[in-house]
Write a protein that binds this ligand. Sequence first.
Ligand code: GAL
Length: 663
Amino acid sequence: MTQSNETTRRWLRRAGSARLEFGADYNPDQWPREFWDDDVRAMREAGVTVVSLAIFSWARLEPREGAYDFAWLDEVMDLLHAGGITVDLATATASPPPWLTRKHPEILPVTRTGEVLSPGARQHWRPTSPIFREHALRLVRELATRYAEHPALVAWHVNNELGCHNIYDYSDDAAAAFRVWLRNRYHDVEALNHAWGTAFWSQRYDDFEEVLPPRLAASHPNPTQQLDFKRFSSDALKEHLRAERDLLRSITPEVPVTTNFMVMGETKGMNYADWAAEVDFVSNDHYVLPGPQARDELSFSANLTGNLAGGRPWFLMEHSTSAVNWQPVNVAKKPGELERDSLTHVAHGADAVCYFQWRQSKAGAEKYHSAMLPHAGTDSDLFRAVVRFGQRLRELAPVAGSRRRRAEVGIVFDWESWWVAEHDSHPTDRLRYRQETLDWYTALLDAGVRADVLPVTGPLEEYRVLIAPILHVLPARLAVRLRDWVAAGGHLVTTYFSGIVDENDHVWLGGYPGPLRDVLGIRIEEFGPLLDHESVELDNGTTGTLWTDRIDVTSDDVEVLARYKTGEQAERAAVTRRRAGAGSAAYVSTRLGPEGLGPLLPALLGPAGVRGELPPELAGRVELAIRGDHWFLINRTDGPVDLGALPDGGILEPRGVAILHRP
Ligand code: GAL
């Protein structure tokens, strides 16, 4: 079993009969006491089962150093319990109180350019500060001891969105911790010199003590230093998670511990493939990012989260009922979107549907962010929609606990390739790793083919087809694994800028794409990135942008699926495929977007015998996701879709989700 399958071992303490949990972040300390009873009453009306409590309450819980005030939290915990609502209790360490930063300004993070971040917002702490750690753990110990036996407590919520604002800290604390991390990785400084290629630009180190984080420099900082700093920064926050978790486990071993990940959009600093095994169950936050692929991006994130959880249920800790407050323009959700967005997460394995937040704030930076209970109060369309949805979730209780059904196609997602492919001093700074992976996902959805988005550490061999877009960092071991899998019958598809460097960000020599040359039967001598206004025509009628490769076909058994018609590479192969062993290996050398990838799919999936599970007339219009014996049919369009081709199909409302039982 792979590591990811070992994760997500425990669910909420005292979870009774199976149900889908429903709730939100609850911030009663931001409201006068007289609101609390109304809150619990309205939560009951909506069918709320769980709230995340005290996430930003440090200053209220410890108003002065060592002086704790738990009376209000005791009362809230008791009120919630009396109302039948369970609590995912935060450790409250996300936002340090003013007394702490006044006394210890040396816990404040420092940017790459040397500016110190001031308190006054949130998450203004250095992940590696021993002083912060000490104060945070003291609070965690107090909370865990006080609420260990509280009947409302079902889970611990470590900190909040670790790394949302403080993933990269370049302070002296970070520098010291980075050197410790490097000593552990390399043991002797010559190994570091080799890995970082420090013969270049006179960067050789004689002692670990000379090493710094990649702070603002005169030109491009050493690329492997940048990569290691990213690894280190992800590890530093993971260490904080582990420190709080271990303390919690020592006091309440029976209470599961989680923390909310941010598998969404361009949030990329935390290597969640590496974090997932650290929590008892995986939790995620997701907010819709406007744009033509907004819905698909939500599905992609939910799908990847489900695979980080090893296919087991996970907890949607935050999303929004309607608009957020942090985009340039914050658009309200259209009718149907509240349910569709939430149920798309459920379709990909969420057993809890929670929002930020319960009651919309009256003051503070998030007062225009939607909530379950809006400014307008319970007499509002939004609250009525929330109540209706709560009812629907109760009816979906039979879904709870079921596992995602694995797809035949896997899209490989690799945090390190994401980091490195977008480094500076590359052939182009326009390349976007996540966009390319999302484009493949959209193309598969358009074709009605189910795919799993899975971390590169996942069970790759279980798939018939693996699509590995921009698999830029290719350690030798992974290359061997992929080649062996192809020889045994796997069908690999990869793209431009894949297989270029090893784990030290050193180029594989002899022509690109290094260790995949043989299996692909191609060799590339030079990259051909395109300028913004340039595009190239392919002879299958599609158009490439961003990138081209000067491909030489080196093996007679390579089939050219498309050639360049225009541009520098005219006449050369643009898309190739080679039968290799019992499988095949294909290469796409330009950015085609979902419209251009679609026409290639029959040739790429056909030989693997993969086809859509939906009737052809539904392909593209609905997304299919399967959990246990439930089929989720998610309307991707703004119009109704006739599901008549399916038994019990009926009409799927615009932006609706139908859930069919298929024992
Ligand atoms: C998350 C955060 C919440 C809230 C929300 C708003 O990043 O965890 O506290 O700020 O975003 O969308």
